[in-house]
Structures are given as structure tokens and as C-alpha cells.
Design a protein around this ligand. Structure first.
Ligand code: FSX
Ligand code: SF4
Ligand code: F3S
Length: 283
């Protein structure tokens, strides 16, 4: 696997050189595990540090900001005022049905997101929780969790970047498309960037030749598994999961869940966690 972000995002050398003003980014976390932000900071193409130093200005993140408490919370409103219409709003995590369940600095996170989205140039729903409800929305959904699209008005410029967590390059690629081209990349019917989600995990899987010749591992310890055969009979959801795990890959394109010997559990699809599969024993 190799990935060249400049090629994928169609950023020419001239555009890269003329890059002057950084795009402000507000990153608000709702009901999450912080896995998305953790994924984001290990990006290789481009590196997270280059992204932060050269292209975006991360103005607010309750996880990654160096300051905390009133200092960072107060800055959030100031940034919204100062950069109206210019900033990108990233939302990680699902939204709780009850406001009292999710408050930061005494304020409803849901109201904060609605307010910040109103003045954003674009909104990026980072992760399956934000995109579909994800883990918190799994049965019996005790918090009444919903995806961020359910609280924002129709017509909000929003891209969904699902995955639990999503691949770093996919999150940053979506953000950087707005930075370099002034708008979100082309989206599919489910609002996912086509450049990252138009192919199934199965389609680019290195085990696909074994799928086609019907050579399947049946346990995680049999000869077929040791020979690197297809994991379909172990519940692999690669055929119905759209993500870039076998095209861009993980950790600088050096690995992927299936490459490491695990069946895909469909973490980027709607309905994950309830509809996961494989050894983790989903429904
Ligand atoms: Fe976690 Fe993000 Fe999963 Fe959700 O990722 S890795 S539970 S998609 O919101 O932090
Ligand atoms: Fe498809 Fe999964 Fe088999 Fe890969 S391991 S070929 S994704 S079914
Ligand atoms: Fe998720 Fe499947 Fe990729 S579980 S990380 S979509 S291989």
C-alpha cells in the first residue's frame, strides 16, 4: 500500500507553495472514546505535525489543546466570532439525547455544536459515533445517542468520516481538501468523501484471491489461517464495508486489521456496533 496525499487531494506544487493562511479548526468531542483524535495525531501523509504547523490552526480541542478549563472554553466563543464562515468544525462522538448527560464547562455540548456549526465553513463528522451513533448508540442506547446530522439543520455542509476510529489520513484528507480547495470533497449518497469510501475493504484485500478460489480459514489457528487464506468464514465484513483500510492502510500504510490477521468487523458502517461480526460475537 502506498498513499500520496497531494495526488489524492489534487494539490499541485503551486498550490502547496502558495499556501499562506492556515484554516482555523474547532474540534468538539461529544460521546466518544477519544480514539478518533488519537488516530488523527499519528498521521503520516501528511504528518500530523506538518498539518498543525503548516495548514491548519487547531484553535479548540478539549483533548489536544495545551490549556484547559475556562481558558480554552472561553477561547472557543472568541474563535467562532473571529473566524465566522472561515473555520472547519470537527465533531467527534455521538450526541446524547438528554442535554444533562453531556455538558462541558456547564454548557450543553449539543447546543455548543449547533452554535459552532451555524458559522462553520464546513463540518466534518469524525468517526462512526459522530456519523451514525456508533458505540454509544448500540442497544439499548442508554443515552439516546444520535449522530450529529440529527441535530444540525438540513443543508449544513457536512462530510461523514466513519470508522472506529477513522484512518488518520482520511480525517486529515477531508479537512485539508477544505483548506486547499475551499470546499468539502465530493461526497457519496451517505455523505462520505468518495475519494476515501468508494471501494469496499474486500475489493482491495490481499486475501481476495483466496476468496475467489474458496480457500477459507475456519478458525484462527488452522492451516488455512496460517497460510493467509480468506477470513470470510470467520465473519469478515470486508465485502459490505466501505473504507480505505486496504488502499491507504494504517500507520503510514504499513498494516491493516485484515493484514494483521483479524476479520473486518465493519467498524465504518452504519449500525456498528450492533451489527458487527466475527470473533467478537456480534449479532
Ligand atoms: Fe472512539 Fe471516536 Fe470509535 Fe467513536 O472514534 S474509536 S468510539 S468512532 O467517536 O473516539
Ligand atoms: Fe474479503 Fe474479508 Fe476475505 Fe479479505 S478476508 S477477501 S475482505 S472476505
Ligand atoms: Fe474497521 Fe474493517 Fe477497517 S473493522 S478498521 S473497516 S478493516
Amino acid at each position: 500500500m502506498t498513499y500520496n496525499w497531494l495526488e489524492t487531494l489534487q494539490v499541485s506544487e503551486e498550490k502547496l507553495k502558495s499556501n499562506a493562511k492556515k484554516t482555523p479548526v474547532l474540534y468538539i468531542a461529544a460521546q466518544d472514546c477519544t480514539g478518533c483524535a488519537m488516530s488523527l495525531i499519528v498521521s503520516n501523509e501528511p504528518s500530523a505535525s506538518s498539518t498543525l504547523l503548516d495548514f491548519i490552526s487547531l484553535e479548540y480541542s478539549d483533548l489536544l489543546s495545551t490549556s484547559s478549563g475556562f481558558q480554552v472554553e472561553g477561547n472557543k466563543e472568541a474563535i467562532i466570532e473571529k473566524y465566522k464562515g472561515e473555520y472547519i468544525l470537527c465533531v467527534e462522538g455521538s450526541i446524547a439525547g438528554c442535554d444533562d448527560f453531556l455538558r462541558i464547562a456547564g454548557k450543553s455540548v449539543k447546543d455548543d455544536i449547533i452554535h459552532a456549526a451555524k458559522h462553520a465553513k464546513a463540518v466534518v463528522a469524525v468517526g462512526s459515533c459522530s456519523s451514525w451513533g456508533g458505540i454509544a448508540a448500540a442497544a439499548p442506547n442508554p443515552t439516546g445517542a444520535v449522530p450529529v446530522t440529527e441535530i444540525l439543520p438540513e443543508g449544513t455542509p457536512i462530510a461523514l468520516v466513519p470508522g472506529c476510529p477513522p484512518i488518520a489520513e482520511v480525517i486529515l484528507g477531508t479537512i485539508l481538501h477544505v483548506h486547499f480547495h475551499g470546499e468539502l470533497p465530493e461526497l457519496d449518497k451517505k455523505l462520505r468523501p468518495k475519494m476515501f469510501y468508494s471501494t469496499s475493504v474486500h475489493n482491495s484485500c490481499p486475501r481476495k484471491p483466496f476468496f475467489l478460489t474458496k480457500q477459507f480459514a475456519e478458525t484462527y489457528n488452522d492451516e488455512g489461517f496460517k497460510n493467509g487464506w480468506c477470513l470470510f468464514k470467520l465473519g469478515c465484513k470486508g465485502p459490505t464495508t466501505f473504507n480505505a483500510c486496504e488502499t491507504i492502510g494504517w500507520n503510514g500504510s504499513i498494516c491493516s486489521p485484515i493484514g494483521s490477521g483479524n476479520a473486518c468487523i465493519g467498524c465504518s458502517e452504519k449500525g456498528f456496533w450492533d451489527h458487527r461480526n466475527g470473533l467478537s460475537g456480534g449479532k
